[in-house]
Design a protein around this ligand. Structure first.
Ligand SMILES: C[S@@+](CC[C@H](N)C(=O)[O-])C[C@H]1O[C@@H](n2cnc3c(N)ncnc32)[C@H](O)[C@@H]1O
Length: 223
């Protein structure tokens, strides 16, 4: 049976060299984060390029990110949104850590997307329900979820409220380094990711695809 190939370092370098050139602000954010020893938390440049492409494809003008960290993924998506919609684009960037948001804001200014990214500090569950109550329900074009894995079920429910029909939500780390397919792994994060994958697969309110991009990227489109 044909299947996706694994990527060694040489092939990863080739793949990166064939993608659009990484913006200098994205590169700085990635390299600084690597120096902090936190690179594992951040999406890869090729995943950033893929997500930026998807944001363009879905003509995203309003987006929500759950889990900002040092700001790489939000910046990659916001650049694509601003390219199409200028200052009208809006990406709500949710994280509970004010120190990380402050760090991310420096990179966003560097990448000239600080005017289209609105950071919101606090627990994402609460922020998402506030956004829905404030009139964002049924109006979000693009959503990226990359925070606490045990929250993914709640974030999926929030996505179904916030997304417009045709809007998409992306969940990161759904392969969880392979743990999801290992029956011996029964920790809360792994179980939450398994539950999400089944729930999305069996939900007739969405079309979905489970991809092996990065650590696994699950994409669902609201019907
Ligand atoms: C894996 S990192 C996000 C990486 C980021 N998307 C990137 O590519 O650079 C996860 C982030 O989620 C945040 N987070 C975790 N649980 C959260 C919650 N319940 N509410 C808000 N933020 C949360 C953490 O503070 C952390 O910055």
């Amino acid at each position: 049976m044909s299947r996706s190939i694994g990527l060694n370092e040489t092939l990863t370098d080739y793949l990166r060299s064939m993608n659009p050139e990484e913006h200098p602000a994205l590169k700085r954010c990635r390299e600084d984060t690597q120096e902090r020893g936190d690179a594992r938390m951040q999406i890869s440049p090729e995943q950033g390029a893929f997500m930026a492409f998807l944001a363009g494809l879905s003509d995203a003008k309003v987006a929500v990110e759950v889990g900002v960290f040092t700001g790489y993924s939000a910046m990659a998506v916001a650049m694509a949104m601003k390219h199409r919609h200028g200052e009208q684009a809006r990406l709500y960037a949710l994280d509970r850590d004010p120190g990380l948001i402050a760090l991310a804001e420096g990179y966003w200014a560097d990448g000239d997307v600080d005017d289209v990214i609105q950071p919101i500090i606090g627990d994402a569950r609460r922020t998402l329900s506030e956004l829905a109550a404030e009139g964002l329900a049924e109006s979000v074009d693009f959503m990226f979820v990359d925070a606490d894995k045990t929250g993914y079920g709640d974030y999926y429910a929030a996505a179904l409220t916030l997304l417009r029909p045709g809007g998409i939500v992306l969940f990161d780390n759904v392969l969880w380094g392979g743990s999801v397919a290992d029956p011996a792994k029964t920790d809360a994060d792994t179980e939450a990711l398994r539950a999400l994958a089944k729930r999305v697969r069996d939900d007739d309110r969405v079309d979905q695809v489970f991809t092996a991009i990065g650590d696994g990227l699950l994409i669902a489109m609201k019907r």
